[in-house]
Design a protein around this ligand. Structure first.
Ligand code: NIG
Ligand code: FE
Length: 425
């Protein structure tokens, strides 16, 4: 049985973020949201059928208003469902002990090099059953949904052996099937060098490139291939090998670049034709320039900088130089245990000099492009998926002004109401 059409009307601001379906928005384009006052949208069969003023749509659908579910958005704003293009949600356990250690002066890399960090979560994830991982990850997805997020990317990388990497990717697939949020998968077998390969990291790179990547492709388990390119983890040369190996199997490159130290990760992203380079806290001027030239999306994660007590990426400079910028939580148990993408938008404004409008573009259409979904989601345009969030603020600037809060009122996923009055329905 098909769902009733949904008619949203009288939105104070209906923010379409239109015009960027073909390619991500850059420079001044990121600051132009395309706002319809007293806005309305007609959603039917899971897609957006019409967008306009309330008056226009009331006329257009005058003979069908009776059959629709009507949502009055008076005093509220309407946005495309938010998109998080970089998460590590499939894991077991938590690491508040390390948080405490860091507050007492230990660094993220010290903890990792002493067997904690990613290695600690890897041990817990190896032990966890498929069902445990599934139910823990579903809780995180529910929390994302309550924050207005309708699509996320999820990475493996807490296995570092094929059995567990596969388990994570299979869980992500089931999450995509069973949860209303769309989950797009990335293989990240090269998230850390496992302890037993510490003396011979190139052998682990061989296993990732020659054994794991072909299996990922054979099982159709991921669309993207990511690597933690960082001093003490994978070198730029090893990272290049890993990303090039993935390309042979149609896995699109992504990269954790220049997070802790400058390491020419941004440059590498441009050279291998990565769809995105993520983190970029310490990206060089030259790396930023090369990313802009090649149209590599900068996925910025100001929550990670905040939680690691580090300086944020140079978001303002990247936008001004022409890098298409997206934002993400980086949701993971070590460097950013949050599901609040709205808080990340606040941080983008406060810590990276982005405008409230740019932050919205970065969490909608540009985030869609970072996961190769620019044509399907990320804006309120006719023909796109009916993924919509209604927020309890009268204008979009208040989203950033009333910071650290969740203003989500209603979430519609593929034309179905899934959050009402801020609660899962
Ligand atoms: O994106 N930097 C590498 N990976 C994650 C953190 C993973 C973890 O600490 O568990 C990140 O920050
Ligand atoms: Fe990450």
């Amino acid at each position: 049985m098909s769902e009733k059409p949904i008619f949203i009307q009288h939105a104070n601001e209906l923010i379409t973020v239109s015009g960027g379906s073909e390619k991500p928005l850059t420079k001044e384009e990121m600051n132009h949201l395309e706002i319809i006052n007293d806005g309305a949208a007609w959603l039917e069969d899971g897609i957006i059928k019409a967008v306009g003023t309330t008056e226009e749509l009331q006329v257009k659908f005058s003979n069908r208003l009776d059959e629709a579910m009507i949502i009055d958005a008076t005093g509220k704003i309407v946005l495309p469902g938010l998109i998080d293009p970089h998460t590590h949600i499939v894991y077991a356990g938590s690491r508040e002990n390390e948080f405490n250690m860091r507050l007492n002066g230990a660094t993220y890399m010290e903890i990792m090099n002493n067997g904690g960090g990613i290695h600690a979560t890897t041990s817990r994830t190896r032990e966890a059953s498929h069902e445990e991982l599934l139910s823990e990850s579903k809780k995180r997805l529910n929390s994302f949904l309550k924050h207005g997020v309708t699509t996320i990317e999820a990475k493996s990388g807490y296995g570092l052996d094929w059995e567990t990497e596969k388990k994570q990717l299979e869980v992500a697939k089931r999450l995509n099937d069973e949860h209303v949020i769309d989950v797009v998968s990335t293989f990240m077998g090269a998230h850390a060098v496992p302890a037993n390969y510490k003396e011979n990291p190139d052998e682990f790179v061989r296993i990732v490139t020659k054994e794991m990547i072909p299996e990922v492709a054979k099982g159709n388990l991921a669309e993207f291939n990511d690597v933690f390119c960082e001093r003490g983890v994978f070198t730029p040369e090893q990272s290049r090998r890993i990303l090039e190996a993935g390309k042979k199997y149609d896995l699109i490159p992504k990269i954790h670049a220049d997070e802790i130290e400058p390491y020419e990760g941004a440059e590498l992203a441009a050279e291998v034709g990565a769809i995105s380079a993520d983190h970029l806290l310490r990206a060089s001027d030259n790396g930023i320039k090369k990313m802009a030239e090649k149209g590599v999306i900068g996925v910025l994660l100001p929550g990670t900088a905040f939680f690691l007590m580090a300086d944020s990426a140079r978001g303002r400079k990247m936008i001004d130089e022409g890098v298409p910028v997206a934002l993400s939580t980086d949701c993971n148990p070590g460097s950013s245990p949050t599901t609040s993408l709205p808080f990340i938008m606040n941080l983008a404004c406060m810590k990276m000099g982005m405008t409230p409008a740019e932050a919205i573009t970065a969490c909608t259409i540009n985030a869609a492009h970072a996961i190769n979904r620019g044509k399907e989601i990320g804006s309120l345009e006719v023909g796109k998926k009916a993924d919509v969030v209604i927020l309890n603020v009268p204008n979009y600037m208040q989203l950033q002004y009333h910071y650290g809060m969740n203003h989500t009122d209603t979430v519609i996923k593929s034309g179905k109401i899934v959050v009402e009055k801020g609660q899962l329905s």
